[in-house]
Design a protein around this ligand. Structure first.
Ligand SMILES: Nc1ncnc2c1ncn2[C@@H]1O[C@H](COP(=O)(O)OP(=O)(O)OP(=O)(O)O)[C@@H](O)[C@H]1O
Ligand SMILES: [Mg+2]
Length: 581
């Protein structure tokens, strides 16, 4: 076994260790069933011989009854095997699904920017489903098949050696063949999984953007891409399937040859009266039975190929490391936190710098307003501050500590952000506000929402905080969602907060109300407000004007406003129309 394969196997076995007990029971049931299967032809043999050579009727009835009991018990055991098999595979694969999801949630934004959610679903669920059979049935069925094969051959050697030899040779050739070509379908199965992941990616993306797709009359184009991806899934799926069934087809042919040879020999020995009619039937029966375990092994080889492709993809995903690695520091000063950017350079892609040599300091409790044209890097600045991306060079310090030296949870506990697009999750209003943190009390929620002016709105909802919201934000207007996001961030009582365009979607009255609330809430912390509208920044202490990733201007708001040469003063005098789109 190649090294990689061995490692993957050991890795999978880890997921089986918590279900060891069940596996043992499953194996025992399977062995019992195998034993019963071996016994049944013997009963029929006796029955035929008793009948053919003038036996007693009661013996015949007893044999028939015994046959019936064995068959029924065997069937019951089969049900048990099937139940346990599924149980084990769900238990083991759910752990794997959990691990994959947890891992993905921790991967950095660069990784997620490249993957669509649909593709991730396929990787977390689809690939794992491929492994599930392997978990439950592979080991057990392979062992069961070998025991059954062994049993049949041993019995045959006691009956007729030449026939037993033919069957043994056939069995060995079939198994060797399957072992040799067991990896034939792995690559094509992996490609099939990839194609399927892209297909799901497309469906998810387009359904998520359904409004734009419909409004722009985009359906035909979407369908066109869909058909092309479907075609790719079909072609790759067909190839993978063909590669997988080659071993099975080959054994079918081998089997036909073996049955012919065995039957010819059997008839020959019967004609020269070396074996009885019952034994001839027994030979026939065992030859037929030989097919089952071999076919099962063939199936398992196919399943193994599918499982291996799923396993490789899952392991590949688990081996992806997030570029965002937390440090060891946990302690930040109490209260509002200062912020410092020192020679910060950042880019998303090699070709285009987004932040260029950004230097500034804000003291604890101060408020900074950032303005700049669309695409000037304002949101990027907040993203690097929250370590959604690593900067290329320079240092960012929060509360005097380099953020790369901080434990990530320590950073997120103290720094809050409201982004330009608000995400809602499927759950109650309360869950959406607290992000499913039960420790936040209703009193605190209502108090905060009161101050933000959202209280009335909550009270007007049919079930108050228990009102159900659906994911994706369709249950709230854009303005409401923004208020919502603000409340959410303030409930976490941050010591440094970044509001990215907090009032862009609000009407004048709501904005004024929000402004007052933000002022009050921000009295406890350091604040950064990113805004297009200058009116939003009337209460801030410092102003930063960003242009194409550089700081064009940074200073005290009042001083800048009084300096007629400053960008800020010029913007104020033109009502923001001059330089900012
Ligand atoms: N995930 C990303 N990958 C690559 N480039 C990006 C990414 N996000 C933003 N950019 C680019 O980085 C630059 C700065 O974007 P950013 O979102 O910081 O601008 P902004 O100042 O917030 O603009 P706006 O006022 O429209 O919100 C833009 O040129 C944008 O195209
Ligand atoms: Mg932005």
């Amino acid at each position: 076994m190649p090294k990689e394969e061995k490692i993957s196997m050991l890795w999978l076995l880890r997921y089986l260790s918590p279900v060891k007990g069940r596996l043992v029971i499953l194996l025992m049931l399977l062995l019992t069933s195998t034993g019963l299967q071996l016994i049944n032809p013997q009963i029929i043999k006796r029955f035929i011989d008793t009948a053919a050579y003038g036996g007693v009727l009661t013996t015949l009835i007893q044999l028939a009854g015994l046959y019936l009991i064995v068959a029924v018990v065997n069937q019951l055991i089969t049900v048990g095997v099937s139940y346990l098999g599924n149980d084990i595979s769900w238990r083991a694969t759910n752990r794997l699904r959990g691990d994959l999801l947890k891992h993905c949630l921790r991967l950095d934004m660069r990784f997620h920017n490249e993957k669509t959610p649909g593709e991730m679903i396929e990787r977390i669920d689809g690939d794992v489903t491929n492994i599930s059979n392997f978990f439950a049935m592979f080991i057990v069925q392979v062992i069961g098949s070998f025991v059954l094969l062994g049993g049949i051959l041993v019995f045959m050697f006691t009956v007729n050696i030449p026939i037993a030899l033919v069957m043994t040779v056939f069995t060995i050739i079939s198994i060797m063949f399957m072992v040799i070509i067991r990896n034939l379908g792995v690559d094509s199965s992996k490609k099939e999984r990839e194609a399927s992941a892209s297909l799901f990616g497309l469906i998810e993306e387009r359904i998520a953007g359904i409004e734009d797709v419909q409004a722009n009359g985009n359906v035909p184009y979407v369908m066109n891409r869909f058909y092309r991806l479907m075609r790719s899934v079909f072609l790759k799926g067909r190839k993978a399937w063909m590669m997988r069934i080659v071993p099975w087809n080959t054994t079918v042919i081998l089997f036909a040859l073996a049955v012919t040879a065995v039957l010819l020999l059997g008839v020959h020995y019967y004609l020269i009266e070396e074996i009885t009619l019952g034994t001839l039937f027994l030979i026939y029966q065992y030859t037929q039975m030989l097919n089952d375990p071999i076919e099962m092994l063939g199936d398992q080889v196919q399943e193994f190929q599918k499982a291996k492709s799923g396993m490789l993809r899952s392991r590949e995903l688990l081996s992806q490391r997030s570029e965002i690695v937390g440090g060891d520091e946990e302690q930040l000063p109490e209260g509002a936190l200062g912020l410092e950017f020192e020679n910060v350079h950042f880019r998303y892609n090699e070709d285009k710098p987004v932040l260029k040599d950004v230097n500034f300091v804000i003291r604890p409790g101060e408020r900074l307003g950032i303005i700049g044209r669309t695409g000037s890097g304002k949101s990027s600045l907040s993203r690097v501050l929250l370590r959604l991306y690593n900067i290329d060079s320079g240092v960012i310090r929060v509360g005097g500590t380099d953020i790369t030296k901080l434990k990530l949870p320590a950073l997120y506990r103290r720094v809050g952000m409201v982004t330009q697009d608000v995400q809602l999750f499927d759950g109650s209003l309360r869950d959406n506000l607290t992000l499913f943190n039960n420790a936040v009390s209703d009193v605190f929620i209502l108090d905060t929402t009161e101050r933000l002016g959202l209280r009335q709105w909550i009270d007007a909802q049919p079930k108050g905080l228990d009102t159900h919201l659906s994911a994706g934000g369709t249950s709230l207007s854009a303005g409401e969602a923004q208020l919502f996001a603000l409340t959410r961030v303030f409930l976490s009582q941050p010591s440094l907060v970044i509001l990215d365009e907090p009032s862009s979607r609000l009407d004048a009255a709501t904005e004024a109300m929000l402004q007052a609330a933000v002022d009050q809430l921000m009295s406890q912390c350091t604040g950064i407000i990113i805004a297009h509208r200058l009116a939003t920044l009337e209460q801030v202490d410092k102003i930063m004007v960003l242009g194409d990733g550089r700081i064009l201007e940074f200073g005290d708001r009042v001083e800048l406003a009084q300096d007629p040469e400053s960008h800020y003063a010029r913007l104020l005098s033109t009502g923001g129309r001059e330089e900012l789109a």
